[in-house]
Design a protein. Structure first.
Length: 748
């Protein structure tokens, strides 16, 4: 008999090596599993989600407010759950393609060993990327980095070890299922084929037919339990139902394990208000992927070909049930009454001329109170703080502290109005409250650095965690506020966390600020969340400002703005929780829930940045309606923009030749990508008009965060140590130093 050439024999062994065959079967049959891995690889390589800081949630996870061996250990533990979900799903979908597994002891354990190429590749890549990131961009020593990574590996090993102990204790192989007599047969060669068949079935039954042969993948060697290379055993002499029973029993145990893990993850939702249970956002993302993988795998094990149809019917049914009150979960503004919905139409929005005149009269009285403690004709300062998550929240706080401090408190003493969006307004609201406390107590406590440090703290982990364990599937837990009951969703988690980092100073009703604003102690703040239904802006303030929505000197109705206090006058609008106003103004889609309002038809509002990220539209409208008073009583206007990035016009560089996909996506992607730049164009135009119809000096100052495409700070509710340093160092920028000098000169 002619022998095969040595080279050809070696190549065949390589090609039919079990780990390689498993990789082939994934590419051919299980592309959906590979998509999850692709997503994770692209994330840690910082190729997706960079703008929102998603890669940093994995490379620099925080737990209990700090980077530690525990934070990396939790991420490793979560990755272990994903890897086991991947192995289980793969085993359920592909085990039958490799019948030789059923002839081995601990078949699932050996399957996992041979299916470890992608997990090991990802772990090594993660260790490399994390080490480089912490070494190049953070100030951790090599010893500290190694300690963090050791925590990651330990967390991974712990979960995998617990899982394997379960499967080794519950999974049965041929010997355990059919007795020790079978072991003798399994140990024999082809002479044992007939005894095996007689032992298991007294009738002749050759299952190794053409149909099964077509589904079976050839394997010549595999990695054994002691990580030794072993040749596969022949299996054609075993009865089909005997081997199938091994796989079926393993699948059932895997399904029970998956269900137990899913229930355990959901059970964490009961403890989501305990800080120790709020895990890093990166591990939460992995956990969500794991649940999806495990749920689909368990269903596939039970339902087989019916899986897709059952999942489709489930989601269609869930969608239909969500339309009914008993199953509909809406997010509300805490403190606002929802019992009597307000009719929402153009006629209802029109405010009487008398009401508009009364609101202007009240505002002028407020401005007069503001002027009492100033010079004869003081400068009027308008502060506009742009949105941008935690980076804007921290930057607005740092900027206000610094600028107010170097002007000896004159900046805030001269400020009439504060507008803006999202995180910028949260930082501004916190500083305003601190300034009010100083006024009441006669101190200057607001300049302390500890308050800026509060704005650094994480808000994303509790939101993501609540999204994963509560909002996506089963909502649990309610709380009472002003005699009404609400669901504890991620909106509540955000408010609860914000309340903690601001030392509960902002946990007040909106009406609390009416008196100090009216007396001129602190500036007015106007929030402007966007109305999803018709694109209008909902203007929320502690004062009545109907004149911004409907001009007092004209019959023309400005349909763009809707005044909150007027619309919900009968719904106790003034009792709304101020933290809810801050949240509604910063409800970034999907990360935060959209907020429902008590109207008919039902309205929903979300982030104000979609309409006016910089607050200039509201500021200009306010100045226009009160320009007569401002001209008589002030010596000029200063519009201070605290921006969460550099104001520059970037021109996208496109190649002369573009792909078909680029051609299709370019118009929409470019327009959305330039959304805030478009707002800048419009705002500059409005500011130019202001200088033309206001008879007095108008100074426009831009105090900017040193953020650009080359030096990005993520748009997120989480900041890394590097990002915090960049934000604090922005004060030293030459452009900002010029603004400081100009501001001090103007306020002399």
């Amino acid at each position: 008999m002619k022998k095969r050439p040595l080279t050809k024999s070696f190549l065949l062994k390589v090609v039919y090596f079990f780990p390689l065959q498993l990789l082939f079967v994934h590419f051919k049959k299980n592309q959906q599993l590979l998509l999850f891995w692709l997503l994770l690889f692209l994330t840690i390589f910082q190729q997706i989600g960079n703008k929102y800081g998603v890669p940093l949630l994995f490379l620099e996870p925080e737990y209990l407010g700090e980077l530690s061996i525990w934070s990396y250990g939790i991420v490793g533990f979560a990755l272990g759950s994903f890897v086991m979900a991947f192995n289980i799903s793969s085993y359920i979908m592909n085990g039958f393609r490799f019948p030789f597994l059923a002839t081995l002891s601990k078949p699932f354990f050996k399957y996992c060993i041979n299916n470890s190429f992608l997990p090991l590749l990802f772990i090594l890549t993660y260790l490399y990327c994390t080490y480089n990131f912490l070494d190049q961009y953070e100030s951790y020593s090599r010893t500290e980095i190694i300690k963090f990574l050791a925590g990651f590996i330990a967390g991974y090993i712990i979960f995998v070890s617990i899982s394997m102990l379960y499967f080794m204790a519950t999974n049965k192989d041929l010997e355990k299922l059919f007795g020790k007599e079978l072991a003798k047969v399994m140990g024999s060669d082809t002479d044992g084929e007939e005894p095996a068949r007689l032992l298991l079935h007294k009738k002749e039954r050759n299952w190794y037919n053409k149909e099964v042969l077509e589904k079976t993948w050839r394997v010549e060697s595999y990695i054994g339990s002691r990580f030794r290379l072993k040749a596969t055993r022949p299996f054609s002499h075993y009865d089909y139902e005997m081997l199938t029973k091994v796989f079926r029993q393993n699948h059932v145990n895997a399904s029970f394990f998956e269900i137990a893990v899913i229930i355990s993850i959901l059970a964490l939702g009961w403890f989501r208000e305990v800080d120790a249970f709020i895990i890093p956002a990166g591990s939460t993302i992995i956990m969500v992927i794991t649940m999806a993988l495990m749920a689909s795998s368990a269903l596939r094990s039970w339902l087989r070909g019916w899986t897709l149809l059952v999942i489709l019917v489930f989601f269609v049914g869930l969608n239909q049930l969500s339309k009914y009150d008993s199953y509909y979960f809406e997010n509300r503004l805490y403190g606002l009454k929802y019992d009597n919905p307000v009719t929402y139409d153009n006629e209802q929005l029109i405010v009487s001329d008398e009401a508009v005149k009364q609101d202007i009269k009240s505002t002028k009285k407020q401005l007069s109170n503001w002027k009492k403690s100033k010079d004869k004709k003081p400068k009027a300062v308008f502060i506009a703080t742009s949105g941008g998550g935690s980076r804007a929240m921290l930057w607005s706080m740092i900027a206000l502290q610094h600028l107010d401090s170097i002007t000896s408190g004159k900046l805030y003493n001269h400020t009439l109005l504060n507008t803006g969006s999202s995180g910028g307004m949260i930082g501004s609201a916190y500083y305003r409250e601190l300034a009010l406390q100083d006024k009441i107590n006669g101190t200057q406590d607001r300049f302390q650095k500890k308050y800026a440090a509060n704005m650094e703290r994480d808000l994303l982990n509790p939101v993501f965690f609540t999204l994963a364990v509560n909002d996506m599937l089963i909502r649990t837990g309610r709380f009472d506020y002003n005699s009404d009951t609400y669901w504890k969703d991620r909106g509540y988690a955000f408010e609860n966390s914000l309340n903690q980092i601001t030392n509960k100073l902002l946990d007040k009703p909106l009406s609390y600020y009416n008196k100090p604003v009216s007396e001129g102690l602190i500036p007015m703040m106007i929030f402007s969340p966007s109305i999803i239904n018709d694109g209008r802006r909902m203007l929320i303030s502690s004062q009545r400002i109907s004149y911004i929505c409907q001009a007092a000197h004209s019959k023309i109705f400005d349909t763009e703005n809707v005044e909150y206090l007027s619309l919900f006058e009968k719904n106790q609008a003034e009792n709304i929780r101020f933290l809810s106003v801050l949240r509604a103004n910063a409800s970034f889609p999907y990360i935060m829930p959209t907020v429902s309002l008590p109207t008919d038809p039902k309205l929903e509002i979300f982030d104000s940045g979609m309409r006016d990220n910089y607050g200039i539209k509201t500021t200009v409208k306010f100045i226009y309606e009160l320009k007569d008073w401002l001209e008589i009583n002030t010596s000029g206007i200063i519009i201070l923009q605290i921006r969460d990035g550099l104001k520059d016009i970037t021109i996208a560089h496109t190649n002369t030749k573009r792909s078909i996909a680029s051609e299709m996506l370019s118009p929409f992607g470019s327009l959305y990508g330039n959304l805030f730049q478009i707002q800048d164009y419009n705002n500059d135009e409005l500011l130019e008009y202001t200088t033309s119809w206001y008879n007095g000096p108008v100074e426009i100052l831009n105090y900017q965060l040193n953020k650009s495409k080359k030096q990005n700070i993520s748009l997120s509710w989480h900041l890394t140590a590097k990002e915090k340093r960049l934000i604090f160092s922005s004060i030293q920028m030459p452009q900002n130093k010029e603004v400081e000098d100009k501001l001090k000169e103007l306020l002399q």
